[in-house]
Design a protein around this ligand. Structure first.
Ligand code: 2P0
Length: 357
C-alpha cells in the first residue's frame, strides 16, 4: 500500500454587489461584464474539501455532501479544473526534478484523487454554493500540489469551474475583471480591499427558502444573453461606471454610495431576468416584502440616510448589507414584519433563518 497524500481546506461564500450574469464564452467561462463581491466570514457558510492522492487509487472519485457523483468524467467544468492544476503540478515536478533529482520528487500529477466536498448550507438555493465549492476544490488542489502560483492565477482555474468561484479565493472585497482576451488569460479576480478595511460592514442573510432553484444560473444567464436587449445596455453603459463608483465607495468606506449601488444593481439584475424570454423569476412575495421593509426603514430616519441595502442572487433569499450599529434594529424590524407564528397572514408567514456574517 503506497502513501496517501492528503489536504483539507475550507472556502467562504461571496455575495455580489455588482452581479455577474452572462457569458461571452461558455467553455472557458468568460463573462459579459465585470462583477464585484464581498466575501462573507466562514463561520456560518462555507465549503470544506478533503483531497487524497495515492498511487493505489484506481480512478478519481468525488463525493458531494456524502453522495458519490459517478458521472465526473462527463463534467467538463470539473475536468477543466483537474486538467489545469495537473498541468501546473507536472511543470512544477519537472522543475523540482532538475533542482533536486527525480528520486526526491513525488509524482502527484500521475495519481488519481479521492475528493470529499461538503457545504454546511443548502446547495443550489441561490446561496453561492458553486462559488465556495469550486473555489475550495481549486484551492485544496493547489495546496496538495504545492503549486507556486498567486491567488489571482489560481482564480483563473476556479473560474473554469464556476464563474463566481474566482471571487471566493480572496477575503474582503473582490473584483472579477472580465478581461478582453479570447483565451481568458486576463479574466481574473483581484482583491479591492481586505476584510479589515471595513470591519463595521455586516451581512445579514435571510434564508427565505432552501429549496433548489427552478432555473439554474448557468442556463438562465445564457437565455438572458440570447434574448434580453436590456442586458446589452447594462453591459455597455451601466456596469463599467458602477464598477468604478463601487471601488471608490469601498476605498472611501462610503456606505451611502455602497448601499445605493448595491440595491440598484440587484434591481437591475432582476429586471434583466424579467427581460429574458421566457422571463425568469427569482424573487417571491417574501423577497418583495423584504425590499419594501428595507425601503421603509431607509426612509424612516430624519436624515433619510441609507442604513441597510438588500441584494438578491438567483433565488429568493435576501442578503442585507448594513453596519454593525444597525444590526439589532434590523433584527427587531424583521421580527415585527415576519413574526414566525402560524397565525400571521399568508403573505408574511414564510419564516426564514437569519445569519449575521
Ligand atoms: C453573482 N450569480 O455575481 C451572480 C448574481 C447569480 C446572480 O454568479 O455558470 O453559479 O457557474 O459561471 O457562478 C451565479 O453564477 O454561474 C452568479 P456559472 P454561477 O454572484
Amino acid at each position: 500500500m503506497g502513501t496517501v497524500y492528503e489536504k483539507t481546506a475550507t472556502s467562504p461564500v461571496n455575495i455580489a454587489v455588482i452581479k455577474y450574469w452572462g457569458k461571452r464564452d461558455t467553455n472557458l467561462i468568460l463573462p459579459t461584464n465585470s462583477s464585484l463581491s464581498v466575501t462573507l466570514s466562514q463561520d456560518h457558510l462555507h465549503s470544506k474539501t478533503t483531497i487524497r492522492a495515492s498511487p493505489d487509487f484506481e480512478k478519481t472519485r468525488l463525493w458531494l455532501n456524502g453522495v458519490e457523483d459517478t458521472d465526473i468524467e462527463k463534467n467538463k467544468r470539473l475536468q477543466n479544473c483537474f486538467r489545469e492544476t495537473r498541468r501546473l503540478r507536472k511543470e512544477y515536478e519537472e522543475k523540482l526534478c532538475k533542482d533536486k533529482g527525480a528520486d526526491n520528487v513525488i509524482p502527484l500529477s500521475e495519481y488519481n484523487l479521492h475528493i470529499c466536498s461538503e457545504n454546511n448550507f443548502p446547495t443550489a438555493a441561490g446561496l453561492a454554493s458553486s462559488a465556495s465549492g469550486f473555489a475550495c476544490l481549486a484551492y485544496t488542489l493547489s495546496q496538495l500540489y504545492e503549486l507556486p502560483i498567486s491567488t489571482t492565477e489560481l482564480s483563473k482555474i476556479a473560474r473554469q469551474g464556476s464563474g463566481s468561484a474566482c471571487r471566493s479565493l480572496f477575503g474582503g472585497f473582490v473584483a472579477w475583471e472580465m478581461g478582453s482576451k479570447d483565451d481568458g488569460s486576463d479574466s481574473q479576480a483581484v482583491q479591492v480591499a481586505p476584510q479589515d478595511h471595513w470591519p463595521e460592514l455586516e451581512a445579514l442573510i435571510c434564508v427565505v427558502s432552501d429549496a433548489k432553484k427552478g432555473t439554474s444560473s448557468t442556463e438562465g444567464m445564457q437565455n438572458t444573453v440570447n434574448t434580453s436587449t436590456l442586458l446589452q445596455h447594462r453591459i455597455e453603459h451601466i456596469v463599467p461606471l458602477r464598477m468604478k463608483s463601487m471601488i471608490k465607495a469601498i476605498h472611501e468606506r462610503d456606505y451611502q454610495k455602497f448601499a445605493e449601488i448595491t440595491m440598484q444593481d440587484s434591481n437591475q439584475f432582476h429586471a434583466v431576468c424579467l427581460d429574458t424570454s421566457p422571463p425568469i423569476f427569482y424573487l417571491n412575495d417574501v423577497s418583495r416584502a423584504i425590499i419594501r421593509m428595507i425601503t421603509e426603514y431607509n426612509s424612516s430616519n430624519p436624515e433619510r440616510k441609507l442604513k441597510a441595502a438588500y441584494t438578491f442572487d438567483a433565488g429568493p433569499n435576501a442578503v442585507i448589507y448594513t453596519t454593525s450599529e444597525n444590526i439589532p434594529g434590523i433584527i427587531n424590524l424583521i421580527a415585527k414584519y415576519f413574526p414566525s407564528n402560524e397565525n400571521t397572514s399568508e403573505y408574511f408567514s414564510d419564516p426564514f433563518q437569519l445569519f449575521v456574517g
